[in-house]
Design a protein around this ligand. Structure first.
Ligand code: ADP
Ligand code: UDP
Length: 247
């Protein structure tokens, strides 16, 4: 596919204009990996492909269950066509098991089950370090309305139900994850960005080993091997995408 103008280059993905449609974008998943507010930066060859294919598969699963997403189609193994969204400057985090920043901030036990799951909203800002915000902050900063926040919360819990079940069948525990939402050209709130080992914690159901970015954050071994293992399980039954995996 001929690529349009580069619209945005983030820490791990690049967005391009779609060559024909104004309402669409092409999202490219690069091999760059960062953690701790860019304190830790590296490149993991093949990571972008894993994240692109995993995201595509999970977006398809969500669409099949009636959850609206920005996903349109794959271009190739590291690029997908998505709807152009007007993004909320919010990250919505959902947690089924206490770990990561939660156990540093509050007296939860590492590995403790959270039932019902906990949903949090963070202000998406590298400058401010993505601080957690409540409805009063969101309203005062004009980030979203009460109805929009309620809709994002409802969709996040639905995503959690659908993906937890899908992943459980593949021997993966969905520990926690981050979503980003935006408004599509039809005025509908949909799930945007990516759903991948960069943005979710995936634990092997038997060993509780990480198959996600914690391997990189905590120097726990071969990052690509973990992402590939997650990809193989998630893409099981989807021969077309499996064939596009590296190695
Ligand atoms: P970051 O901006 O955090 O460095 P990325 O490298 O992942 O992150 O860049 C992707 C950017 O694209 C993010 O800022 C994200 O909010 C934005 N984005 C994701 N999906 C869409 C979409 N469908 N339309 C417009 N922007 C999007
Ligand atoms: N997360 C993310 N982007 C962020 C912050 C968090 O994708 O900017 C994801 C992270 O991968 C994990 C979940 O959200 O799956 C919860 O992360 P947490 O708040 O524990 O932060 P961390 O420990 O990653 O700093």
């Amino acid at each position: 596919m001929e690529m349009g103008r580069l619209v945005y280059e983030g820490k791990a993905k690049s967005l391009y204009e779609h060559p024909e449609e104004d309402d669409l974008l092409v999202m490219e998943f690069r091999d760059d990996i960062t953690a701790f507010d860019m304190e830790k930066v590296d490149r993991v060859e093949g990571k972008g492909v894993c994240n692109c294919l995993i995201s595509a598969r999970l977006f398809e699963v969500l669409e099949d269950e009636g959850v609206p997403t920005h996903y349109v189609d794959l271009v190739d193994e590291r690029r997908m066509v998505v709807e152009r969204l007007d993004m909320f400057k919010l990250e919505v985090i959902c947690r089924n098991i206490a770990t990561g920043s939660l156990v540093k901030r509050l007296p939860f036990e590492e590995g403790e089950e959270l039932d019902p799951p906990i949903v949090e909203f963070d202000y998406k800002s590298d400058e401010y370090g993505d601080p957690m915000v409540n409805m009063d902050h969101i309203r005062a900063l004009g980030l979203a309305s009460e109805d929009e926040v309620e809709r994002m919360r409802e969709l996040t819990l639905r995503v959690n139900e659908v993906l937890s079940e899908f992943l459980e069948e593949r021997g993966i525990i969905l520990v926690d994850f981050k979503l980003e939402f935006g408004v599509n050209p039809d005025g509908e709130i949909v799930v945007g960005d990516e759903i991948s080992p960069d943005t979710c914690r995936f634990w092997d159901a038997e060993t509780r080993e990480s198959l996600d970015k914690d391997i990189f954050r905590e120097d726990k071994g071969d990052v690509l091997a973990g992402y590939l293992e997650a990809a193989r399980r998630i893409l099981e039954g989807d021969e077309e995408k499996l064939a596009m995996l590296p190695g």
